[in-house]
Design a protein around this ligand. Structure first.
Ligand SMILES: [Ca+2]
Ligand SMILES: [Ca+2]
Length: 81
């Protein structure tokens, strides 16, 4: 009985970890898809490909350097619909 609980807990933990990993990868893939020149920064022109992102570009640019990096991008909640 106890052994079963451990197995279930381990499975849940593994599921949680892999979901997080998939989320991070999806984010990186979305960023890479928008980063047309692949320099690791999104310009307003590159962000214009996604209407939601373009709208919230300035809000997302935490360090106000005029670009979005992957960290800033990751904090934003942009739908890709
Ligand atoms: Ca770029
Ligand atoms: Ca920035």
């Amino acid at each position: 009985m106890k052994k079963h609980m451990v197995v279930i807990a381990a499975a849940l933990l593994l599921g949680a970890v892999s979901t997080q990993t998939i989320g991070a990868n999806a984010n990186e893939e979305a960023f890479a898809a928008l980063d047309a020149d692949g320099n690791g920064l999104l310009t307003p022109e590159e962000a214009a490909a996604n209407v939601d992102l373009a709208d919230s570009f300035e809000d997302g640019d935490d360090n106000e350097d005029g670009f979005l990096d992957i960290t800033e991008f990751g904090k934003m909640e942009v739908s890709d619909e």
